[in-house]
Design a protein around this ligand. Structure first.
Ligand code: NI
Length: 134
């Protein structure tokens, strides 16, 4: 962590009001923390466009009884074996499973992996979270 720098921001009053409401809803302790997150996320977004190396997690929820779902999931993951570092499987209840996949590589590739997994019939939820190390 580098040192904190203070700077002034001029903002439309209405916009600031909406920003503050949003901060309250999301439970941020301060405006500074919320602003830092916004800036960070927009930079991550830019890195994504620049095709830099990132790490990401993909969360999936599915019903394991769905026909061929397990073999399809495995097939897609093997196609992305260069990107996938690790995965964890949790049996949520009698039929539903949660799978967390950790991947590293170009953001576009990780997004593509997520899309391919999401497209498999029987996958109820799929979300991707991208982060950079620097
Ligand atoms: Ni399971």
């Amino acid at each position: 962590m580098s040192k904190l720098v203070r700077f002034g921001v001029s903002l439309d009053g209405k916009l600031l009001q909406r920003f503050d409401e949003n901060i309250r809803r999301k439970g941020y302790p301060t405006r500074s923390k919320a602003l830092a997150d916004l800036i960070y996320n927009s930079l991550v977004q830019r890195d994504r466009l620049e095709g830099r190396e990132v790490v990401g997690t993909i969360s999936l929820v599915y019903d394991h009884r769905k026909r061929e779902l397990m073999s399809r999931l495995t097939r897609v993951q093997h196609q992305f074996h260069h990107q996938i570092i690790s995965s964890q499987h949790v049996h949520l209840d009698r039929h539903n499973c949660l799978e967390i996949i950790i991947a590293r590589g170009k953001a576009a590739e990780i997004e593509k992996l997520n899309s391919r997994l999401r497209a498999i019939k029987g996958v109820k939820h799929a979300s991707v979270n991208i982060a950079t190390a620097g």
